[in-house]
Design a protein around this ligand. Sequence first.
Ligand SMILES: Nc1ncnc2c1ncn2[C@@H]1O[C@H](COP(=O)(O)OP(=O)(O)OP(=O)(O)O)[C@@H](O)[C@H]1O
Ligand SMILES: [Mg+2]
Length: 504
Amino acid sequence: MTKRFGPVVANDRVDFDLRAGEVHALLGENGAGKSTLMSVLYGLYSPTAGEIHVDGKPVRINSPSDAIALGIGMVHQHFMFIPVMTIAENIVLGSEPVRSGLPLGILDRGTARRRVRELSDRYGLAIDPDARIEDVSVGMQQRVEILRALYRNARILVLDEPTAVLTAQEITELMTVIRRLKEDGTAIIFISHKLGEVLEVADRVTVLRRGRSMGTVPCAGATEQSLARMVVGRDVIFRLDKQAATPGEPILEVSDLHVMDDRGLEAVRGATLSVRAGEIVALAGVDGNGQTELVEAITGIRHPAAGRITVDGTDITGRGVRAADSAGIAHIAQDRRRVGLVLPFTLAENLGLRGYRKPPLSRFGWLNPKAFTALAGRLLSAFDVRGGDADAPAAALSGGNQQKLCIAREIDSDPRLLVAHQPTRGLDVGAIEFVHGRLIEQRDAGKGVLLVSLESEEVRSLADRILVIYEGRIVAEFPPDATEEQLGIAMTGGALTAGTVTAA
Ligand SMILES: Nc1ncnc2c1ncn2[C@@H]1O[C@H](COP(=O)(O)OP(=O)(O)OP(=O)(O)O)[C@@H](O)[C@H]1O
Ligand SMILES: [Mg+2]
């Protein structure tokens, strides 16, 4: 299979085969061509050359409905739902059972809900067909995507980075679902950058590098190191090398902050914390304990209900994004597509989003296109953003390269405080190593870094201090050598005093 986008060869004569009842992992760097290969299989793109056989017969897949008719289902890297509709409605969308005798097109809600429930029970998905998509967790939304494919009788299921947005608990649940599907003979393609997960669940692994297949190997006998080497073509250091921090004066001070969530419930309930110059403070916690609302309040996106936020002594509480920006706060947003980027804008425009009001990007209110191009030229190469030049739209980049684009812009703004919310989500092993290095560089240059991450390994390897957030409050502080168990107890609200260690 070969797929070109203009000059970009996203897939270059790739061979790939998938067996019934197998979990076949697809690995590769950001932009290696994984999502493209799957999109061709699902009929979203037509191949430039090559052929696809299903059950030994050559097939033509010109649209997702062709793919569905062949029993191919796909869970996308970025979900595709209608948020205000219920789960059942979203699942049946495009394949609605219509009640006989009624005017054409009237949805038979009863039948749809019954089938959704049956499938949910069979695979242990625990889905409530009547809940609205916008009200359920990301993990649930993903199970809905899986169920939508099963509803259409998928025998081949493509999961494009299903775990990137899940919590540890949700990942465990997903693994159980995958095993159950596999026992029923479903063939599964599993894309992930997390090598441990791949070794845990996959039978075979195919590695793509810059559009080409590096070959297929069985998982038995492979290690994280050997897979990482196949992915990036060199050895990857999994251990971070960093000197002890030498923190200075406080930069960010948050005191007794209260913030409401979208539903008007109090998500942050009196949080107090500080980040000093030259240190990385990590906020650890189970997803949904107020991290998002806290970050949004600090970065000026959300108006807090009470409390105070200062940067270098300047009060920015509730003053909005521009005040946070002027105070020197940079923000690597957890949702690159909704918050971090303007997808239809070019790479150069996206990179200029923070600095466009000042020279050299603008003068006397006029934008300077040459300065944008120069900025893009410098940052795209410094941060190894692959897959497009300065004039390409951000939408055309692979997920991980979109992430690198956000990181490049924020770090380049030379902030006082860098708020990094899930900064390595969707990045390949090599890119994670690179970004971790940049975060430590910021720290060593005397900036403050607030890292919010659900990955406990990332938290423990980067942080100089770990703060645990639970139900909207900072409940414990740990040094970076805290054990997984100590963190786990504090994160679930247990034994607060026993786990509390106060750093210098
Ligand atoms: N619609 C498109 N238009 C132009 N180029 C595209 C388009 N879709 C993908 N590409 C390019 O094809 C290449 C492969 O992208 P793809 O999304 O398949 O990568 P990936 O392996 O899934 O990466 P990631 O791990 O970051 O998700 C990239 O260089 C990307 O920029
Ligand atoms: Mg992808």
